[in-house]
Ligand binder design. Structure first.
Ligand SMILES: Nc1ncnc2c1ncn2[C@@H]1O[C@H](COP(=O)(O)OP(=O)(O)OP(=O)(O)O)[C@@H](O)[C@H]1O
Ligand SMILES: [Mg+2]
Length: 239
């Protein structure tokens, strides 16, 4: 579903990704971990073309996303993105946030979009919050609305960049459970996180980034068995 071939990216001469090559199968859940500044956010932002790359190729569902053939709307419908900081529109209530792309990208009439949006909010136990503004929701609820907003577009791929790291500790669990709930839906997920317990439960593979390089791409069990080489061992020492 996702294939990176020799991807290199730098910010003003400073390399952030160095010759990253890797593959993620349809329906797989990959957790990306690594120290701060290692290029995790940059990596998943290039998969949604939020960041351009200087060399290499990124294929999603067989198409090279950095070639101009994909419209932004195509791209945003196929690949959902969840940000650390939720990124909800503050002047729109939960349901309006969730239905925005359905109405303006898909062009669905309001009624139809709202039926889909409400069903998704309900699935996340948020039906009662549909008319709440983001400021009236807890961080955990806001993040679940943001995930609902990504999912109503029925993306093939969902990218999550530290979806729980801006949350108070007591809300981390509810958001992780929501993401776990999506596992097995056939959705391909790439999740940057420091929550190694989550990786243990939910990931199929783990990618370890260090200094812009993909240092390890291994089956979850092998990763946690401390059986994947010195880079992984060194990283796991801190957990
Ligand atoms: N917009 C930017 N402009 C310039 N440099 C950037 C930009 N974004 C990231 N970088 C640099 O690229 C490198 C990788 O950053 P990135 O944000 O991908 O790391 P990260 O692994 O996500 O870190 P963290 O765990 O802190 O989120 C870092 O050296 C960072 O300073
Ligand atoms: Mg980051």
């Amino acid at each position: 579903m996702i294939r990176l071939v020799d991807v290199t990216k730098s910010y003003g001469g400073e390399p952030a990704l160095r010759n990253v090559t890797g593959e993620i199968q349809a329906g797989e859940i990959v957790v990306v971990c690594g120290p701060s500044g290692s290029g995790k956010s940059t990596l998943i932002r290039t998969i949604n073309r939020l960041e351009p790359i200087q060399a290499g190729q990124i294929f999603v569902d067989g198409r090279d996303i950095h070639l101009s053939g994909w419209s932004v709307n195509d791209l945003r419908s196929t690949i959902g993105f969840v940000f650390q900081s939720f990124g909800l529109f503050q002047h729109l209530d939960a349901l309006a946030n969730v239905t925005l792309a359905l109405r303006h990208v898909r062009g669905l009439p309001r009624k139809e979009a709202e039926a889909i949006g409400l069903a998704q909010l309900e699935r996340f136990g948020l039906a009662g919050k549909a008319r709440h503004m983001p400021s009236q929701l807890s961080g955990g609820q806001q993040q679940r609305v943001a995930i609902a907003r990504a999912l109503v577009m029925r993306p093939s791929v969902l990218l999550l960049d530290e979806p729980t790291s801006a949350l108070d500790p007591e809300m981390v669990g509810e958001v992780l459970r929501t993401i776990e709930q999506l596992a097995g839906d056939g959705l391909t997920m790439v999740c940057v996180t420091h929550e190694m317990g989550f990786a243990k439960r939910v990931a199929k593979r783990v990618w370890l980034m260090a200094a812009g390089e993909l240092k390890a791409d291994v089956e979850k069990d092998m990763f946690f068995a401390n059986d994947a080489g010195p880079d992984v061992r060194e990283f796991l020492k801190n957990y």
